[in-house]
Design a protein. Sequence first.
Length: 606
Amino acid sequence: MLSRARIAGFVILFVAGLYLSSLYNYLLFHSLAEILSIIVSGSIFFITWNSRKTIANGYLVFIGIAYLFVGGIDLIHVISFDGMTIFTGDHYYASQFWIGARLMESISLLAGLFFVKKREYKHPYLTVLIFSIVMLILISSILWWKIFPITFVAGSGQTPFKIISEYVIIAILAAGGGVLIYCRKEFDPVVFKLLLASILLTMIEELFFTLYFTNQDVFNMIGHFFKLGSFYMIYRAIVKTGFIDPQKVLFRELKQSEIRYRELSELLPISLFEADGEGKIFYMNRFMKEQLGLKEDVSPEKNRLLDLFRFEEKDILIRMTRERILGMECELVIDDFMKTPVLFYSAPIMSEDNPAWFKGLIIDVTRQKEQERLLIESNLHLEQFAYIASHDLKAPLHTISGFLSLIQDKVDTCPISDKEMLELVTMAQSTTKRMSVLIQDLIDFSMLGSTKTNFSAVSLNSVIHEAILNLKLHIDESGATITVPELPVVYGDFPQLSRLMLNLLNNAIKYSIHGTPPIIRIEYQKKGNLHSISVIDNGVGIDKDQIGKVFELFHRANSEVEGSGIGLSVCKKIVERHGGTIRVESNPGKGSTFIFTLPAALPDAS
C-alpha cells in the first residue's frame, strides 16, 4: 500500500508540475510533455532491441522498434510547433507531423499483432529499414514535396482532413484493441492489461485532439496528459517482458536448478561435499553424513578434509583448488579406527569471491577391493589347477601306462599267470580311481563359485543323516562311531551342507589312528543368530605348523594318507557362502575339532 501511495503521490506532483508549466508558458508545457514521451519512446526501443532474443513475443519486439520512429517523428513535431523558431512561416508542420506519428503508432499497434505468435522475431534489421524508409517518405512529403494534406489553418482551426484522420486513428486503435483481446492468451496477464490500457488511453487522447480550436487550448493540454499515460503503459509492458520477467525467469531457473542439484545430491548413494582451500567442509550430502555417522549440521570447524581422509600427497589441498582430481585412492577414517578405502574426485569451483573452493565426491570401493582380492585368489587357484593338471594328474597316468607296458612286456616275453595279471589290473584300477576322485574334487570346488544356491530352512540332522548314508561303507569298514545330538534348523543350501558334513566326517574317518576305531561327536551351541557346530574326532590330529594351512587349496597336512587336498577348501568355501566361519583346533595324536558357524533359520523361513 505504501508503494502505491508513493506512486500516486508522484503522479499527482508530476501532473501538477506540468499543469503549472502550462500556466507559465504553454510552449514550455508542450515541449516538456513531448520530450518526456520521446524519452520514453527511446527507452522502449533500447530495452526492446537489447532484449529481443529473450522476448518470446514478436508483437512486443515489433512495436518496440516502431516506437523509436514514432518518437523520432514526435521530435520533429516538437521543433516545428508554433512558437519554436526553427521553422518559419504559417505552415503548421507540427500538426501534420502529429497526424503522421499517430498513424504510424496506430498502424504499428494493429500490424504488430501479425507477429504475436512468433516466439523469435527473425527480421529486426529489416523492420528498422522499412520504418526508416516510411519515416523518410513522411518527412519528405511534408517538408519538401508538400503533398501531405493541410491539417491546421490559423483562424479556422483544424481542417476536416485532420479531424477525420483522428477518427480513423481511433478506429485503427479500436481494431488493434479488439485483436489484442482475441490474442490475450499469448500475453502475460499483466502485460495484456498494460497494452490494452495504452490503446484505450491513446484513443481518448485522439478524441481530445479532435476538439481543440487552437494549439494551446485545454483540450490540447489534456490530450498530451493522456499521451504520456499511454506511452508509460507501453513502457511498463516492454520493461516487464524484456527486463523484469527474464530476470525473474533466470533467477527462478537458477533456484530450481540449485534445488534439483541439492535434491539429487541428497538422493545419490555417493558421498558429496564442498570445501574451502583450508579443507573446511561446508556442505555434505545425506549419504556422506550417514557414512560418517553425523547427526547434526555440518560444522566447518569440526569437519576438516585432512581429518577425515588419509592422503599420501602432502600438498593435496593446494592441488584440489587448482586442478581436477580424478579417482585418487585414499582412506576415509571414521572415529580414528575404522578405515574405508575410497576413490576421491574433486574439481575447483571457479569463483572470483571464493577462488579456493572446490567440490568433490567419494566412492566407497570396499566391495571393489574385496572383488580384487577374490580375483587374485581366483587367479592363484587357476595357477594351482594348472599345476595339478600338469603334475598330479600326470603321475597316475604314468603309473597306469607303466602297468600296461609291464603287462605287454610279460605277455610278449613269457607267460603271465592270472594272479599276476589281476594284481597289475587292480593296481591300475586303484590309480584310475584316485584320478577320478581328484577330478571330481576339482569339479566340485570349481562349481561352488558358479552354482546357484537355494537357501531355505534346513534340518542339520537331515543333513548329517544324508552324509552318513553316503559314507556307510567307510563307516562299516572302519568301525566308526558317530554320535549325533538333536541339532537345530539352519538357513542354508541342503546339497552344499550335505557336502560339507560329508567331507568333515570322511576326513575324521580317513585320518583315524591305525588300529583304533574312529569316534566322532557332533556338538552345537547357539550364539545369537548363529549356530556353532563342532565335529570332534579321536584321529591323528594336525601339527601346529600345519593348522593355518589346512584350508588352503591342494594343501595336505598328512602325506601318508591319500587325498587331493581339496576337501577342506570346499568346506571353507561352503561355510563362507553361508555367511559363517570355520576353524580347527587339534592336538597331535589325540584328535581334531572342526568348528564352523551357520545362520539360524528365521521363524518364517521355509
